[in-house]
Each structure stands twice: as structure tokens, then as C-alpha cells.
Design a protein around this ligand. Structure first.
Ligand SMILES: CC(C)(COP(=O)(O)OP(=O)(O)OC[C@H]1O[C@@H](n2cnc3c(N)ncnc32)[C@H](O)[C@@H]1OP(=O)(O)O)[C@@H](O)C(=O)NCCC(=O)NCCS
Length: 195
């Protein structure tokens, strides 16, 4: 596959990359990261963005940003439909991992959509389950449902939501379904990889 992979040099390349992701992923109106966000990220360090082009057309992108001093957060990863299953997604992720290392990061994190979980497992990312229920002080109810599972992080702050991240040691769809049914919880697998 004659694909070139690079980080943007000019702002217009960031705009093209963002629009490519937006068109395929069909961002909702309240999508948390808009074009200005990624232009600021680009101004901070172009290596947070990786673009794949074939015949001068964008065919894949990874858009990431700083999670904290040691971790890079991948916000969007997308490969054009015609080229999926040919290794481009893996190539883009390995390039962003290389870039993260040059930025002295030791971790990559991301939140996956259900359909992409298998992909991240294949390329060595470890899943943890994020669980959120509406209402403060509901941590005990969540814990009741996930007995015996290691809790990595929890918050029953004052933002109207109780949240927990647990280590499910793999993807557990039954647990997700049960939490959604019993507690009306919002759940999502968060993936990370040490570099
Ligand atoms: C997810 C995505 C980026 C993967 O890109 P890709 O170029 O098709 O992936 P690759 O060809 O590098 O696949 C690497 C491996 O993962 C597997 N794989 C790819 N997508 C998969 C999926 N959705 N579920 C399970 N396994 C998957 C491939 O079969 C391949 O396995 P192999 O090494 O045994 O052959 C691509 O499908 C995509 O753009 N999807 C729509 C957007 C999206 O969901 N992005 C992720 C948001 S969290």
C-alpha cells in the first residue's frame, strides 16, 4: 500500500484531518473536541496528530492531545472504509506511540467505541471499565454489582454523578449489560498501553 504517514506541518493539514474524522465518525453537536481544540494542540506540538495519505488524499488520522505530563490521550482514530483491515489502523497507532515516546510520555489512553474494542485488544491495549450513574453518593450501589472486581478509581464528587473505573481483566459484555439494566449506568471501556 503506497501510503505516506506524517504529522502536519501547516494548519490546513490539521483542518483536512479533522474534517476527514468528522465526516466519517459523524460527530454529534456536543462532540467534546472541536477543530479549534486540535489547532491549539497542533500549535503546542504537531506530533499529537498523525495523518495517512494515499494519492494525495487523506485516508486515515489519529488525533490526540495531552492527558497529563506522562500520558497522551487519543481522541479520534479513523481509517477510510475502503482501506480497513489492511494494517493502516495499527500503523497509525504505532506512529502515535513513537511520537508519544519522543514527547517523553510513558502511556497512551483512550476511550473506545464498542465496535473498536477488538482492534485495541489486538494491538496490545489493556481495557478497564468506566461506569457512571446519575446521582451523588451511589458508589455502594455500583460496588454491590461488581463485587470481587478490583476498583482502580472512584468519584462521588459534587457533579451529580457517581463514577468508578474497574479492572475487568478483559472485555465483559454481560457485566456492562447488567449495569446498564440494573442501574441505568453509562459504561465504556477505556484502554491504555504503557510505552
Ligand atoms: C478501528 C479502525 C481504526 C481499525 O483500523 P484498520 O486499519 O481496519 O485496522 P488494522 O487493519 O490495522 O487491524 C489490526 C488488527 O485488528 C483487527 N481488527 C481491526 N478492526 C477490528 C475490530 N473492529 N474488531 C476486532 N478486530 C479488529 C484486524 O483484523 C487486525 O487483526 P490481524 O492483525 O489479526 O490481521 C477502523 O476500523 C476504523 O476506522 N473504524 C471506524 C472508526 C472507529 O471505530 N475508530 C475507533 C474509535 S474508538
Amino acid at each position: 500500500m503506497s501510503v505516506t504517514i506524517f504529522s502536519p506541518i501547516i494548519k490546513e493539514e490539521v483542518i483536512d484531518a479533522y474534517n476527514f474524522a468528522k465526516n466519517i465518525l459523524k460527530f454529534s453537536k456536543d462532540h467534546p473536541r472541536d477543530l479549534n481544540f486540535y489547532i491549539e494542540v497542533f500549535n503546542e506540538n504537531p506530533k499529537y496528530i498523525v495523518i495517512a495519505k494515499k494519492n494525495d488524499k487523506v485516508v486515515g488520522v489519529v488525533l490526540s492531545s495531552k492527558e497529563n505530563e506522562t500520558s497522551l490521550l487519543v481522541g479520534e482514530l479513523v481509517v477510510s472504509k475502503e482501506l480497513r483491515g489492511e494494517g493502516l489502523g495499527s500503523l497509525l497507532m504505532s506512529k502515535i506511540e513513537d511520537n508519544a515516546k519522543t514527547m517523553k510520555k510513558n502511556q497512551i489512553s483512550l476511550g473506545a467505541v464498542g465496535k473498536a474494542e477488538g482492534f485495541y485488544l489486538k494491538i496490545g491495549y489493556k481495557p478497564k471499565l468506566f461506569i457512571q450513574v446519575q446521582g451523588n453518593n451511589r458508589l455502594d450501589e455500583i460496588k454491590q454489582q461488581v463485587k470481587g472486581v478490583r476498583i482502580d478509581w472512584e468519584s462521588s464528587g459534587d457533579d451529580g454523578y457517581s463514577k468508578i473505573i474497574i479492572d475487568t481483566n478483559g472485555i465483559n459484555k454481560n457485566l456492562q449489560k447488567m449495569l446498564e439494566e440494573n442501574l441505568n449506568a453509562h459504561t465504556q471501556y477505556l484502554f491504555s498501553k504503557g510505552l
